[in-house]
Structure formats: C-alpha cells, structure tokens
Design a protein around this ligand. Sequence first.
Ligand SMILES: Nc1nc2c(ncn2[C@@H]2O[C@H](COP(=O)(O)OP(=O)(O)O)[C@@H](O)[C@H]2O)c(=O)[nH]1
Ligand SMILES: [Mg+2]
Length: 245
Amino acid sequence: MNGQGATLENDGECQLTVIITTLNEEASIEECIRRVVAVLPEQSELLVVDGGHDRTGEIVMALADELPVVRYIRNENDRGKGHAVHVAIAASSGRLLVQIDADLQFLPEEIPRLIEPIQSGRADIVLGSRFTRGSIRRPGSTTFFRSFGNWLTSLYASVLFGRRMTDVLAGMKAWTREVTAQTKLACETCSYDAELPVKAVRSGFRILDVPVTTDARHGGQSAIHVVRDGWRILKDITLFRLALR
Ligand SMILES: Nc1nc2c(ncn2[C@@H]2O[C@H](COP(=O)(O)OP(=O)(O)O)[C@@H](O)[C@H]2O)c(=O)[nH]1
Ligand SMILES: [Mg+2]
C-alpha cells in the first residue's frame, strides 16, 4: 500500500502541484503566490481554486499572465475548502501535491522542508505541525481557544487511528498522488483538513509531522466558526473511524 517516496526528477512531467484554496483573500493572495513561486522546483504548477467574491480572482488572473506556472480556477458553485481541494486534485498533474492556505499563516518558504520526507522516501503524507517540538507560533497566529481545540482534535484523531498526529488541522500539508488516488475524500467543508491525514493513516500510508512556523493572518477573515466547525470536525473524525464516510 505504501508509496516508494517521490523524488522530484527532471523528466518533463509535472512533479509538484501546489494547491491554494481561496475565499475572499485579496489582502494576501499576491504575496502568497509570489512567495510560493519563489520556492517552486522546475516542472511545478500552482493552482488557485477560488470560491469568493472579492478581487482575488482578478489578482490571480493578472498574476497567471505574468507567471506561467500559475493557474486560476473559478469554483462557481463552491461548497467549501474541501470541495475546492477536490476540484484542484482533479485538475492537477503533479506526482507530489502540497496544499497551503492563502492567508500566509503558514510560510511558503517552508514548503521545501515539508516535502523533504516524501522526497527521501520516509513518508507518503506530511503535516506542517504548529504543535510539536520545534514549531514556532508567532504572536497572533493561534488563539488559546483554537490551540486547545486543535490539541483536543489531534489527540482524539490520534487515539482513534492509533498514530500520533500533533496537528491534524494543519493548513499546510504534502502528499503523494497515490495517497489521494487511494483515499476517497468525501468532505466538502473544513473537515477535509482532518479527513486527508486520518484516511491516509486508515489506508496504511506513512505519515510524519514536520514542525513549522505560523504567523497571524495577513488581512481578511477566517472562514471558521470555532464551535460549529469544531463539533462538525469531531463528528466527522468519528464517522471516518467507523468507516461511515
Ligand atoms: N474555495 C474556498 N476556500 C476556502 C473556503 N473556506 C476557507 N477557504 C480557504 O482555505 C484556507 C483556510 O481558511 P481559513 O479561513 O484561514 O481557516 P483557518 O486558518 O482555520 O481560520 C484559506 O486560504 C481560505 O481562503 C471555502 O469555502 N471555499
Ligand atoms: Mg487561516
């Protein structure tokens, strides 16, 4: 079941797809795209799947004219972050995939460190963890309440799936194409963040946490409602364990 690692090769095929989902991220999207593009290896693509109604689309389309690796996908009937990721995966061609949030809470400069364990054959999926030894949380990055919710959710998922994961809701992760080819993603909401790692573990893929740096949001607003979405995620993790989703 486990992959053999995904060393990036210069063989003419697309090696890496970076996915950014956006819901009204006009304040940060240009800087985010430029910083991602600056660390992309050759033969990469950057897909932005947008479901918002601000100037994000306009900004990304202008950048796509300037930077050929960038592709804008308008997700007309956007049903949530998970739905946008499904659309991106279907449109992608990389052997390795990375998803990073648009709000610059996670640093694009850390993408090379995130994909290293996959390239060296040590993991099939890697989570950028805010809550492990070596993680740096800059002021304003995660409130106490959300840190507690993340800790609880990660602990619950770790116990249910028998594998310690320190940040199952990480907004920055990497995986091989094989993982999403063999893992049926069903959640169209923010539960996607937990669904991908726990279903990968359920399917026998090797998962690793890499400590990352997190910052405060660069403008815009979080789409998450802590209590409503927190309960929904805990309920969905339970359903994943029971294989009901
Ligand atoms: N297309 C799409 N993107 C979304 C949606 N909700 C959130 N996002 C994007 O997913 C990323 C994470 O969302 P965010 O609100 O920052 O979540 P938080 O970091 O958990 O507070 C950001 O890039 C958002 O713009 C959605 O409904 N549709
Ligand atoms: Mg965020």
